[in-house]
Ligand binder design. Sequence first.
Ligand SMILES: [Zn+2]
Length: 209
Amino acid sequence: MMKGSKKAWTLETITDDHKALYYIISRFSSPSREAQKVDIWLKELPLRVFVFEGIVDKIFVHYDYSPASVELPDGRRYLNISQEAEDDIADLRELGVISCLKLSTTTYITVNAYRVNQHEPPFAIPEGTKAAIDKLVRCPSCGTLLDTDLVPDPDDEENLILIHCKKEGCDFKRYSAITKIEDVSYETSPYLPDIPFYKGQDEHEWREE
Ligand SMILES: [Zn+2]
Protein backbone atom coordinates (compact mmCIF):
# COMPACT_ATOMS: atom_id res chain seq x y z
CA MET A 1 0.00 0.00 0.00
CA MET A 2 2.57 2.55 1.07
CA LYS A 3 5.38 3.37 -1.26
CA GLY A 4 8.77 2.20 -0.03
CA SER A 5 7.28 0.38 2.95
CA LYS A 6 6.92 -3.11 1.52
CA LYS A 7 9.22 -4.74 4.02
CA ALA A 8 7.28 -6.93 6.39
CA TRP A 9 8.57 -5.92 9.80
CA THR A 10 8.22 -8.09 12.87
CA LEU A 11 8.67 -7.18 16.53
CA GLU A 12 12.10 -8.85 16.23
CA THR A 13 13.27 -6.94 13.13
CA ILE A 14 11.97 -3.40 13.69
CA THR A 15 14.59 -0.67 13.81
CA ASP A 16 15.68 1.55 16.68
CA ASP A 17 13.89 4.39 14.87
CA HIS A 18 10.60 2.44 15.08
CA LYS A 19 11.27 1.94 18.79
CA ALA A 20 12.09 5.60 19.41
CA LEU A 21 8.92 6.63 17.58
CA TYR A 22 6.89 4.15 19.64
CA TYR A 23 8.48 5.46 22.84
CA ILE A 24 7.46 9.06 22.03
CA ILE A 25 3.86 7.91 21.44
CA SER A 26 3.93 5.89 24.67
CA ARG A 27 4.94 8.96 26.71
CA PHE A 28 1.76 10.79 25.68
CA SER A 29 -0.85 8.05 25.25
CA SER A 30 -2.26 5.02 26.96
CA PRO A 31 -5.11 2.55 26.76
CA SER A 32 -7.67 2.86 29.54
CA ARG A 33 -6.89 1.56 33.03
CA GLU A 34 -9.18 0.49 35.81
CA ALA A 35 -8.65 3.75 37.64
CA GLN A 36 -8.65 5.84 34.50
CA LYS A 37 -11.46 4.68 32.25
CA VAL A 38 -10.54 6.64 29.15
CA ASP A 39 -7.99 6.09 26.44
CA ILE A 40 -5.45 8.88 26.04
CA TRP A 41 -4.44 9.79 22.49
CA LEU A 42 -1.58 11.82 21.05
CA LYS A 43 -2.50 14.07 18.13
CA GLU A 44 -0.33 13.92 15.04
CA LEU A 45 0.83 17.56 15.20
CA PRO A 46 2.62 17.25 18.58
CA LEU A 47 3.96 13.87 17.43
CA ARG A 48 5.35 15.48 14.27
CA VAL A 49 6.85 18.29 16.35
CA PHE A 50 8.67 15.90 18.70
CA VAL A 51 9.79 13.71 15.78
CA PHE A 52 11.24 16.81 14.08
CA GLU A 53 12.93 17.89 17.32
CA GLY A 54 14.22 14.32 17.72
CA ILE A 55 15.77 14.43 14.24
CA VAL A 56 17.47 17.73 15.12
CA ASP A 57 18.75 16.08 18.34
CA LYS A 58 20.00 13.09 16.27
CA ILE A 59 17.79 10.61 18.16
CA PHE A 60 16.50 9.17 14.87
CA VAL A 61 19.29 7.62 12.82
CA HIS A 62 17.57 7.25 9.44
CA TYR A 63 15.00 10.03 9.46
CA ASP A 64 15.16 13.19 7.43
CA TYR A 65 12.60 15.94 6.93
CA SER A 66 11.40 18.15 4.11
CA PRO A 67 8.75 20.86 3.80
CA ALA A 68 5.21 19.57 3.37
CA SER A 69 1.99 21.55 3.26
CA VAL A 70 -0.17 20.70 6.27
CA GLU A 71 -3.69 21.87 7.10
CA LEU A 72 -3.70 23.59 10.48
CA PRO A 73 -6.67 25.23 12.25
CA ASP A 74 -5.54 28.66 11.02
CA GLY A 75 -4.78 27.60 7.45
CA ARG A 76 -2.21 25.68 5.45
CA ARG A 77 1.41 25.91 6.50
CA TYR A 78 4.65 24.32 5.44
CA LEU A 79 6.10 22.14 8.16
CA ASN A 80 9.29 20.09 8.22
CA ILE A 81 7.74 16.62 8.01
CA SER A 82 9.59 13.30 8.11
CA GLN A 83 8.27 10.89 5.47
CA GLU A 84 10.29 8.09 7.12
CA ALA A 85 8.40 8.69 10.37
CA GLU A 86 5.05 8.65 8.54
CA ASP A 87 6.03 5.29 6.98
CA ASP A 88 7.14 3.92 10.35
CA ILE A 89 3.82 4.96 11.94
CA ALA A 90 2.11 2.82 9.29
CA ASP A 91 4.48 -0.06 10.14
CA LEU A 92 3.69 0.21 13.88
CA ARG A 93 -0.03 0.18 13.07
CA GLU A 94 0.38 -2.91 10.87
CA LEU A 95 2.22 -4.61 13.74
CA GLY A 96 -0.76 -3.86 15.98
CA VAL A 97 1.29 -2.03 18.63
CA ILE A 98 -0.36 1.37 18.09
CA SER A 99 -3.86 2.45 17.06
CA CYS A 100 -5.00 5.43 15.05
CA LEU A 101 -8.12 7.52 15.64
CA LYS A 102 -9.46 10.05 13.16
CA LEU A 103 -10.74 13.17 14.88
CA SER A 104 -12.84 15.86 13.27
CA THR A 105 -12.06 19.30 14.61
CA THR A 106 -14.44 22.23 14.95
CA THR A 107 -12.82 23.68 11.82
CA TYR A 108 -13.73 20.53 9.83
CA ILE A 109 -10.18 19.31 9.52
CA THR A 110 -9.60 15.63 10.11
CA VAL A 111 -6.56 14.91 12.25
CA ASN A 112 -5.08 11.58 13.25
CA ALA A 113 -4.34 10.71 16.84
CA TYR A 114 -2.27 7.77 18.04
CA ARG A 115 -2.25 5.54 21.09
CA VAL A 116 -0.11 2.62 22.20
CA ASN A 117 -2.13 -0.59 22.55
CA GLN A 118 -0.45 -1.91 25.71
CA HIS A 119 0.77 -0.34 28.91
CA GLU A 120 4.14 -2.07 28.58
CA PRO A 121 6.12 -1.96 25.30
CA PRO A 122 6.02 -5.31 23.44
CA PHE A 123 9.76 -5.06 22.64
CA ALA A 124 12.91 -3.86 24.38
CA ILE A 125 13.71 -0.18 23.84
CA PRO A 126 17.39 0.83 24.21
CA GLU A 127 17.99 2.71 27.49
CA GLY A 128 19.91 5.44 25.66
CA THR A 129 16.93 6.05 23.36
CA LYS A 130 14.56 6.27 26.32
CA ALA A 131 16.83 8.72 28.13
CA ALA A 132 17.24 10.92 25.05
CA ILE A 133 13.48 11.03 24.42
CA ASP A 134 12.62 11.68 28.06
CA LYS A 135 14.95 14.65 27.87
CA LEU A 136 13.24 15.78 24.65
CA VAL A 137 9.62 15.56 25.81
CA ARG A 138 10.02 16.69 29.42
CA CYS A 139 10.46 20.20 30.78
CA PRO A 140 14.15 20.90 31.47
CA SER A 141 13.14 22.95 34.53
CA CYS A 142 10.63 20.71 36.31
CA GLY A 143 10.38 17.40 34.42
CA THR A 144 6.69 17.71 33.50
CA LEU A 145 5.67 16.38 30.07
CA LEU A 146 5.77 19.19 27.53
CA ASP A 147 2.79 20.31 25.48
CA THR A 148 2.51 22.07 22.12
CA ASP A 149 0.13 24.81 21.03
CA LEU A 150 -0.36 27.04 18.03
CA VAL A 151 0.74 30.47 19.23
CA PRO A 152 1.55 32.81 16.31
CA ASP A 153 4.49 35.06 17.16
CA PRO A 154 3.69 38.67 16.11
CA ASP A 155 7.41 39.39 15.83
CA ASP A 156 8.34 36.41 13.64
CA GLU A 157 5.89 34.71 11.30
CA GLU A 158 8.12 31.62 11.15
CA ASN A 159 7.34 31.02 14.83
CA LEU A 160 4.03 29.24 15.25
CA ILE A 161 4.23 26.08 17.34
CA LEU A 162 5.13 26.73 20.95
CA ILE A 163 6.56 23.88 23.02
CA HIS A 164 5.73 24.70 26.61
CA CYS A 165 5.51 23.29 30.12
CA LYS A 166 2.00 22.49 31.41
CA LYS A 167 2.84 22.86 35.08
CA GLU A 168 1.36 25.90 36.72
CA GLY A 169 4.04 28.36 37.75
CA CYS A 170 6.65 26.91 35.38
CA ASP A 171 7.19 29.22 32.45
CA PHE A 172 9.46 27.10 30.24
CA LYS A 173 8.62 27.65 26.59
CA ARG A 174 10.34 27.74 23.21
CA TYR A 175 9.24 27.77 19.58
CA SER A 176 9.80 24.66 17.48
CA ALA A 177 11.80 25.12 14.29
CA ILE A 178 9.39 22.73 12.50
CA THR A 179 7.93 25.85 10.82
CA LYS A 180 11.34 27.23 9.81
CA ILE A 181 11.66 26.16 6.19
CA GLU A 182 15.31 26.16 5.18
CA ASP A 183 14.94 25.56 1.47
CA VAL A 184 12.34 27.37 -0.62
CA SER A 185 12.87 25.47 -3.88
CA TYR A 186 9.35 24.05 -3.61
CA GLU A 187 8.03 27.49 -4.48
CA THR A 188 9.59 27.43 -7.92
CA SER A 189 9.39 23.71 -8.66
CA PRO A 190 6.04 23.76 -10.53
CA TYR A 191 7.51 26.01 -13.23
CA LEU A 192 9.61 24.77 -16.10
CA PRO A 193 12.76 26.88 -15.96
CA ASP A 194 14.21 28.46 -19.08
CA ILE A 195 17.68 27.01 -18.87
CA PRO A 196 20.17 28.53 -21.36
CA PHE A 197 22.16 25.29 -21.36
CA TYR A 198 19.52 23.61 -23.51
CA LYS A 199 19.55 26.23 -26.22
CA GLY A 200 20.55 24.80 -29.55
CA GLN A 201 19.86 21.25 -28.44
CA ASP A 202 17.16 19.14 -29.97
CA GLU A 203 14.07 19.62 -27.82
CA HIS A 204 13.10 15.98 -28.15
CA GLU A 205 16.50 14.90 -26.92
CA TRP A 206 16.38 16.73 -23.60
CA ARG A 207 12.75 15.89 -22.92
CA GLU A 208 13.81 12.29 -22.63
CA GLU A 209 16.37 13.08 -19.96
ZN1 LIG B 1 8.26 22.97 33.78
